[in-house]
Ligand binder design. Structure first.
Ligand code: HEM
Length: 130
């Protein structure tokens, strides 16, 4: 549970920083931001991937783990190819989709963490009682 909690906190912090960097780039177009954004975004994605792999080996959350692995692989692919998609007036749609995919990942991580916490709580209480 401790490792999962730490990974969840890394994902929370890097997810929020990634989102803030992305929004700052969207508003200001400062050229140095995407590089840092991608670095923090990859850390976020890796923590999501590791969390999902742990879930695949935990009964009761296996399906969420598989969904998480597929989702975590989509995030960087979309992030890297998005600059060339719908170039022109409609590019904001791609930017919006990229941001929503990122926010969606943060929600999936919290869903996984909450479900895992509920499953592990009775086991921890039993261990404490005995
Ligand atoms: C490995 C993960 C990620 C990669 C490789 C990546 C890559 C990028 C790149 C290259 C840009 C600049 C696009 C452009 O030049 O128009 C960008 C922008 C942005 N990213 Fe990400 N990103 C990642 C994860 C995330 C996540 C997790 C979020 C949200 C939680 C996010 C939110 C944004 C936002 C709001 C922008 C500004 C709007 C835009 O240009 O799309 N990104 N990202």
């Amino acid at each position: 549970m401790t490792a999962v909690r730490i990974i969840n906190w890394i994902a929370r912090i890097t997810g929020i920083i990634t989102l803030l960097l992305g929004l700052t780039f969207w508003v200001t177009s400062i050229n140095s931001i995407p590089g840092i954004h991608m670095l923090v975004g990859i850390t976020f994605t890796l923590s999501f991937l590791i969390l999902s792999i742990i879930m695949v080996f935990s009964s009761g959350v296996r399906l969420l783990g598989v969904i998480g692995i597929v989702y975590a692989l989509i995030i960087p692919v979309f992030g890297v190819i998005q600059a060339g998609l719908l170039v022109g007036d409609l590019h904001w749609l791609i930017r919006l989709a990229h941001m929503l995919v990122g926010i969606g990942a943060m929600l999936v991580i919290q869903t996984i963490y909450t479900r895992y916490g509920h499953l592990k709580q009775p086991a921890q209480q039993t261990a404490a009682a005995s």
